[in-house]
Design a protein around this ligand. Structure first.
Ligand code: COA
Length: 707
């Protein structure tokens, strides 16, 4: 299925109309026009305003339909009540793309008008970016069709932002930080085109090396995940996903009228797709810059070179935090650096040249590190000292950066007063980024390592086993529930589905009488468990509806009567369909495997440590379906309690393979049976390696029929 949109005429239009262009410099319609004209765009530009005349030296057309030439793109900057008229006019002129900057639509509850506009546009072959956007910049044709800052540096980073205001601010910051952009697009209300469509284009755009996305809520996460999974190795995606905190999520929802996706789900998907989730704009910029300018690191030997011991130690801590592995071959380090070290220096890692080191000693050490093939990356730190000479230092830093950064990552960080500020300023202007904090430098290098590791993993993927589930039979079970107007499956139906996806369950029968309960218990073999079966009793244990570890006939009789009495007293109106008699499974590690239909990202699978603390600890991992073997393995490794599965204090390793198999099967169910909204296997009992796992209890819910 291809839902790919051809966005060439949006990113590389041959002609642009600005509808609502104004001669008043204080108006947005003026700013957009002047940004287009000052940004170096060479295509045709048509200002449109019913007043006619001339603006910024260009003839003004009274209506789009009056423009003689073809119009690829119309930027709409008229008040909301006029937008539909303008869009009709654009349709008559066969415009291909509309960027509707105007606010006042779904973000303030005016969905009807927005839908009317988009439906009309789509019907007439036009695609819509917005409304409620700040516009876009495309370096390919030097088009700045936004009302953001006029100055934008062309480069290799594309920004897709849900917040227009933040987009404008990011342009400003990119200029100050000397970061070049290949594009920046604000998606606003995403009434038609969304971040997935834009990402699809940028994925194939040869100028873009990194896509930085600012996301609040995702509407069509399924499509986004598909494209993210398919990103080429040399194109990196950095995402700032806000709306994490409860308060943040509320703000995000009211901000753009879209719901913020669940945070845990997003983290899982980020890992699954190899995208890097940044906490702040600063972090995102640092990572994007490193990913766009430096090669991915080749191996695990990073060396820190410093003239200050304290700075070096802090940097080593930062490396641990951000997953940057440090070279620890002290003999090799000694050999490499012995000529440049004062006697009291240290040729361990961090390599401490001491405060004696001036520009020359520092340069010689850097050269050694950068030329030795065993060293894979260098963190070059410098503290301001009495013998510090800023001019020579800036020159040297730029020189080293320009010569070596193509071969291996080198990241500079300096700390000090005015002189250091001067270096940072001078070097940044020359295109060398010097960090002012070792943590930022280590974090940027950590981003290169994470991407490298993800790409390495892709090269060693194991084949995902072919899992066949009995779809027809599963659908039959579901139809029965639907025919009875139920959105939940009865325990026997849910267990039947577990069987149909290939999972083994403890032996069980549903007894409709005391005699049946006894005879089923004898048939299954003691010990057994009895459980009430009623759709009206959700918390069975609290209702006194469960009895464990029943060893003989008498215990079964007593338990049966006690369960019936307790449930009938506590829930006199409950429909009781019987009592389940089930084999009592031995204790193992209790885990939970779930599947749910996430409103943003579609079907996802969850794994976590089960038991009574699951809600409290929230030690769970998520991935989107389809689930690969590698994804399932990483889900299991991703929980904090993973050491328990490996076996603690002399315990044996648990049957992780069994869990992975269950995850893949539940993943297949969620992928193939679109009717299912939730599956929860809780607990999935996990035994020692080779002894498998057991689905002890399962619940399955169906989607609302019209979803
Ligand atoms: N075709 C073309 N131009 C038209 C028109 C039509 N049918 N009808 C009116 N215009 C002209 C107006 O005459 C005016 O030009 P003028 O200055 O020469 O009189 C121009 O369009 C703009 O109209 P105006 O009524 O002055 O509106 P405005 O400029 O104050 O505001 C918006 C228009 C779109 C900027 C405003 O409605 C808006 O939505 N602002 C928020 C934008 C925003 O923040 N977007 C999201 C960013 S993240």
């Amino acid at each position: 299925m291809s839902d790919k949109v051809d966005l060439k005429a949006l990113f590389e239009p041959k002609s642009v109309a600005v509808v609502g262009a104004s001669s008043n410099p204080a108006k947005i319609g003026h700013k957009v026009l002047s940004n287009i004209l000052n940004g170096g765009y060479h295509g045709e530009v048509y200002p449109v305003n019913p007043k006619g005349g001339e603006i910024l030296g260009l003839k003004v057309y009274k209506r789009v339909a009056e423009i003689e030439g073809a119009v690829d793109l119309a930027v709409v900057v008229v008040p909301a009540p006029i937008v539909f008229d303008v869009v009709q006019d654009c349709a008559a002129a066969k415009v291909k793309f509309l960027i509707i900057i105007t606010s006042g639509f779904s973000e303030v509850g005016n969905r009807k008008e927005e839908k009317k506009i988009v439906d009309f546009a789509r019907k007439h072959g036009m695609r819509v970016l917005g409304p409620n956007v700040f516009g876009m910049y495309s370096a390919k044709v030097s088009l700045n069709a936004s009302f953001g800052p006029s100055k934008i540096l062309p480069g290799k980073i594309a920004i897709i932002t849900q917040s227009g205001a933040l987009g404008g601010a990011m342009i400003g910051k990119s200029v100050v930080d000397r970061i070049g952009l290949s594009a920046i697009i604000s998606v606003g209300n995403k009434s038609d085109l969304d971040e997935a469509d834009l990402l699809q284009y940028l994925k194939e755009d040869e100028q873009t090396r990194v896509v930085l996305m600012y996301i609040e809520g995702v509407k069509n996460g399924n499509k986004l995940v598909r494209i993210l999974k398919d990103m080429p190795e040399d194109k990196h995606v950095v995402v700032i996903k806000s709306g994490k905190s409860k308060r943040g999520a509320l703000a995000a929802a009211s901000h753009t009228g879209s719901l913020a996706g669940s945070d845990n789900v997003f983290n899982g998907i980020a890992e699954q797709c190899g995208i890097l989730r940044a906490e702040s704009v600063n972090e995102a910029f640092n990572w994007s810059r490193a990913l766009s300018e430096l090669p991915l690191v080749e191996g695990d030997n990073t060396v820190i070179i410093t003239n200050g011991g304290g700075l070096g130690v802090m940097c080593a801590d930062a490396c641990e935090k951000y997953g940057v592995p440090l070279m620890d071959d002290s003999v090799l380090l000694q050999n490499i650096f012995k000529d440049v070290m004062p006697e009291f220096g240290s040729a361990r890692n961090p390599v401490d040249l001491t405060g004696e080191a001036g520009v020359e000693e520092y340069k010689t050490s850097l050269k050694k590190a950068l030329n030795v093939k065993e060293i894979n990356a260098v963190l070059a730190l410098y503290c301001e000292t009495g013998i510090f000479e800023p001019e020579g230092m800036s020159k040297m830093v730029v020189e080293m950066d320009q010569i070596y950064k193509k071969n291996k990552p080198i990241l500079f960080s300096m700390l000090g007063g005015e002189k250091v500020e001067e270096i940072i300023d001078v070097t940044r202007k020359k295109g060398t980024y010097v960090f002012d904090d070792v943590y930022n430098a280590a974090s940027a290098l950590g981003a290169l390592y994470r991407r490298k590791r993800f790409i390495e993993e892709l090269k060693h993927l194991e084949n995902t086993p072919d899992i066949i589930i009995n779809e027809m039979a599963i659908r039959r079970v579901i139809s029965k529930a639907r025919s009875e107007d139920r959105r939940f499956l009865m325990p026997d139906e849910a267990k039947e589905i577990m069987k149909l996806i290939g999972l083994t369950l403890p032996r069980w029968r549903i007894a409709r009488s005391l005699d049946e309960a006894v005879s089923f218990a004898e048939e299954i073999g003691y010990p057994v468990v009895l459980k009430i079966v009623s759709e009206d009793i959700i918390h069975k244990t609290d209702a006194g509806g469960v009895a464990l570890d029943l060893e003989n006939k008498n215990e079964v009789i007593d338990a049966y009567q006690a369960i019936m009495k307790s449930c009938r007293t506590k829930f006199p109106k409950a429909r009781i369909r019987g009592i389940e008699v089930c084999e009592m499974v031995p204790r193992g590690v209790e885990t939970i495997v779930g599947g749910t239909f996430d409103p943003s990202f579609g079907p996802v699978v969850m794994f976590g440590l089960g038991g009574i603390y699951v809600e409290t600890l929230k030690d769970v991992t998520f991935r989107a379906v389809p689930l690969a073997l590698n994804d399932a393995k990483k889900m299991v490794r991703g929980i904090n309690a993973y050491p328990i599965l490996l076996g603690v204090r002399g315990e044996k390793r648990k049957d992780i393979e069994g869990i992975v198999d269950v995850l893949l099967r539940v993943g297949k169910l969620m992928e193939k049976i679109e009717d299912v909204s939730d599956v929860e296997i809780n607990p999935l009992m996990v035994y020692e390696y080779g002894e498998g796992v057991k689905v002890v209890d399962v619940r399955i819910l169906l989607k609302e029929e019209d979803v």
